[in-house]
Design a protein around this ligand. Structure first.
Ligand code: SF4
Length: 357
């Protein structure tokens, strides 16, 4: 099947393309995007990327990042350029750069001027653990400073907590910090509602290395109030098990009886383009076995054809191999680690492909 440009209608109703122009200042241990090198790409390279995909979609959306937003010193110009290259008006994600926030006093005002009302920050426990898990010294101090800057500018800090068996003992420190900083009252004072949630994250990219310490049902009892309460409210769930999913043992048994396959092709795909112009579907981590091609070497038509034909190794395996075979090959029938079903299938698929890639 050829993917033909400029047909009416075009092959895709919408394509979102995210170019990793500058990378990220952090090296988080839970990072599902992996720890690739930071690039320094030019605006012309962003224009080139947009021009490649434009003939194939009724509407194109362009982002200059998929790791840390606004990490570039030219973040304002980049924002304007992404707006100009996109066919849909954009709002700023509730993801921000803590690194920039504490180094550029105009950044928070700029975020405010865009109408940002909440921003997510990630804690892992106390200072030492948060620095270790963020992969950067002073990350914890900067996150605390960022929380205050956001509140002072009427932006609600939403605290995300990644938990595993290594850091669960430090969650009371996060609960104490929220209380000490009076975040509920300070947000309420400007009409905001403070929020926080604890979860284990997916199990791909760097986070896959934390599989050995992934939480089990026994650990959930150690999540302190009020973090448990905030989490249930955030996810609109009745119990922490509803948030954390099911045990690997249960999912493994269910999948053993499941002969389904799945095509990951969508009419409105999102593509990640790394600093070397390798292109990946935004399904799980941008690993080599998800690679669709190289934008400079192959061009968008070939990459989109590979996408719709499920030609990356991971897509091809998922579209042709019954999921029970993935479970048999990679699952642990005795494990009590907790997963959502989708994250568990991605975990099995990534492991299966890595062995064969
Ligand atoms: S999780 Fe986000 S902030 Fe952390 S290393 Fe990955 S992209 Fe950077």
């Amino acid at each position: 099947m050829d993917i033909v440009p400029n047909t009416n209608p075009k092959p895709f109703s919408r394509i979102t393309v995210c170019l990793d122009m500058d990378g990220c200042p952090n090296r988080c241990r839970h990072c599902w995007l992996g720890h690739g090198p930071n690039g320094r790409l030019s605006e012309d390279e962003l224009r080139f990327t947009a021009a490649q995909f434009r003939p194939f979609a009724d509407r194109l959306v362009v982002d200059d990042w998929y790791r840390e937003p606004d990490f570039s010193p030219d973040y304002r110009e980049r924002w304007r350029l992404c707006q100009a290259l996109s066919d849909l008006p954009r709002t700023h994600f509730e993801l921000i750069s803590v690194w920039r926030l504490v180094r550029d006093e105009t950044y928070v005002e700029w975020l405010s001027s865009l109408g940002l009302r909440a921003a997510q920050l990630t804690l892992f426990g106390g200072e030492e653990t948060t620095d270790l898990y963020t992969g950067r010294r002073h990350a914890y101090r900067e996150i605390l400073e960022a929380i205050d800057l956001l509140v002072e500018n009427r932006i609600v800090p939403r605290i995300q907590v990644f938990v595993n068996r290594e850091n669960i003992g430090e969650l009371p420190q996060i609960a104490a910090l929220i209380k000490e900083k009076r975040l509920e009252a300070r947000c309420a004072a400007f009409g905001g509602e403070f929020s926080c949630f604890v979860h284990q994250g997916s199990c791909d990219g760097e986070n896959e290395k934390l599989y050995p310490v992934r939480v089990t049902p026994a650990e959930l009892e150690r999540i302190p109030e009020p973090l448990a309460g905030y989490t249930l409210k955030h996810f609109h769930k009745e119990s922490l098990m509803d948030v954390f999913g099911r045990t690997e043992r249960e999912l493994y048994r269910e999948l053993l009886a499941d002969r389904s396959t799945e095509s990951y092709v969508d009419d409105s795909p999102v593509f990640f383009v790394d600093a070397s112009f390798n292109v990946y579907p935004n399904r799980t981590c941008p690993a080599p076995f998800w690679r669709l091609g190289n934008l400079k070497a192959d061009g968008a038509a070939k990459i989109l054809e590979n996408y719709v034909q499920n030609r990356s190794l991971a897509q091809s395996v998922r579209a042709s191999l019954p999921v029970c075979e993935l479970a048999k090959a990679q699952g642990d029938p005795d494990s009590l680690r907790l997963f959502s079903k989708g994250d568990y299938i991605d975990f099995l698929l990534n492991r299966y492909c890595r062995e064969r890639g």
